[in-house]
Design a protein around this ligand. Structure first.
Ligand code: NAD
Ligand code: UFG
Length: 352
């Protein structure tokens, strides 16, 4: 059994729920703080069911300092993994204040509460978007952050900068900035997965909903990029690999300072390659039509993942077929996401 508890903010969400499961399975005690703005308690019920272990869930907001102080008072927190935030790029353009409030103000409030509680180990969910449109591929951690093209990306960059400044100001801090590429997939049981509200923004949830009959047709944004088939290229990685990357990063935290890692596979795949792979594995047709480019999309980027491999001993192990088979199993078994089975028990859940 590991020492101390891990606070997982946003632990009911897509990446947070998978990471919470991996933490429980690795023997950690986990406290989840989530305001459920984009998640369901059902995910946490299933996490506990699969792990055969329980966690502590606190329904609360990272911007609520009193809630955080109470949490740190009541629990012996060893480290914090911070997923909580808003993540829709398009929505961030329409609602910048909401994004800066949750993503930046929320992260700073959390760090202030940690500082007061004497907790200095922090893992932050950053994004490949911080490299900006001018960075050459593959992206490497030695490259500086680039300009951002939307408030979501800017919020990630601002938090990264704040954490760097914090670490330089106080040698007790140990911070991992994990820059995710494109997480897809689901737990192999088919019981946990990505459950977007409304029309999915991201490619894989959209394709999966077409395959299951919830949507008629995929719109492919742009077929005139300078890529092999004209569609955008991304570095898709399995959410279980990503979850395991967080456990590996915790192992780095005894070392003070700032630790920046790309979490990706190092391989780029085009939109049409993803469509073809999904059709092959699901044995369902994915009708699609081309439309103009989506504003803000970059033609192609992928990670250089070697630093995480060398320093964390982490690499993405699961291949494309596994990512898609797991996405498809989740979608087939839960055509309406967690809505299909909402458990209303409040046992073991506190609010603040
Ligand atoms: P998600 O929306 O599924 O999870 C975020 C969770 O945070 C949700 O459970 C939501 O209810 C919670 N939350 C939001 N605001 C909160 C607040 N004020 N207080 C407490 N809880 C709050 O998203 P995800 O895909 O799991 O992403 C997790 C993190 O990873 C986010 O910070 C996101 O920006 C980052 N990230 C995601 C991707 C991706 O493609 N999914 C890529 C790069 C980075
Ligand atoms: N795409 C379509 N049709 C769709 C949805 C997406 O053609 O319905 C295309 C996009 O144009 C893009 C590719 O599929 O070319 C991937 O798009 P996603 O929205 O799935 O992923 P992004 O690379 O745009 O964005 C993701 C995260 C962001 C993060 C960014 C960079 O969602 O949070 O990676 O890390 F900022």
């Amino acid at each position: 059994m590991q020492q101390g508890k891990i606070l997982v903010t946003g632990g009911a969400g897509y990446i947070g729920s998978h990471t919470t499961l991996v933490l429980l399975e690795a023997g950690y005690e986990v406290v989840v703080l989530d305001n459920l703005v984009n998640a369901s308690q059902e995910a946490l019920r299933r996490v506990q069911d699969i792990a055969g272990r329980s966690l502590t869930f606190i329904e609360g907001d990272i911007r609520n300092r009193a809630c955080l102080d109470q949490l740190f008072d009541e629990h012996d927190i060893h480290a914090v993994i911070h997923f909580a935030g808003l993540k829709a790029v398009g929505e961030s353009v329409a609602r910048p204040l909401a994004y800066y409030d949750t993503n930046v103000n929320g992260s700073l409030t959390l760090c202030q509460a940690m500082q007061q509680a004497g907790v200095f180990r922090f893992v932050f969910s950053s994004s490949a978007t911080v490299y900006g449109p001018d960075a050459p591929v593959p992206y490497r951690e030695t490259m500086s952050r680039g300009r951002t093209s939307n408030p979501y990306g800017t919020s990630k960059s601002m938090v990264e900068q704040s954490l760097e400044d914090l670490v330089h100001s106080d040698g007790r801090w140990s911070v991992a900035l994990l820059r995710y590429f494109n997480p897809i997939g689901a737990h192999p049981s088919g019981r946990l997965g990505e459950d977007p509200q409304g029309i999915p923004n991201n490619l894989l949830p959209f394709i999966a909903q077409v395959a299951v009959g919830r949507r008629q047709m995929l719109t492919v944004f742009g077929n005139d990029y300078a890529t092999e088939d004209g569609t955008c290229v991304r570095d898709y990685l399995h959410v279980m690999d990503l979850a395991e990357g967080h456990v590996s990063a915790l192992g780095r935290l005894p070392l003070p300072g700032i630790h920046v890692y790309n979490l990706g596979t190092g391989q780029g795949l085009s939109v049409l390659q993803m469509v073809e792979a999904f059709e092959r594995i699901s044995e369902r047709p994915i009708p699609y039509q081309f439309a103009p480019r989506r504003k803000g999309d970059l033609a192609a980027f992928w990670a250089d993942p070697h630093k995480a491999e060398q320093e964390l001993g982490w690499q993405a192990r699961r291949g494309l077929d596994e990512m898609i088979a797991d996405t498809w199993r989740w979608q087939r078994q839960n055509p309406r996401g967690y809505c299909s089975e909402i458990n209303t028990t409040t046992q073991g859940i506190s609010q603040c």
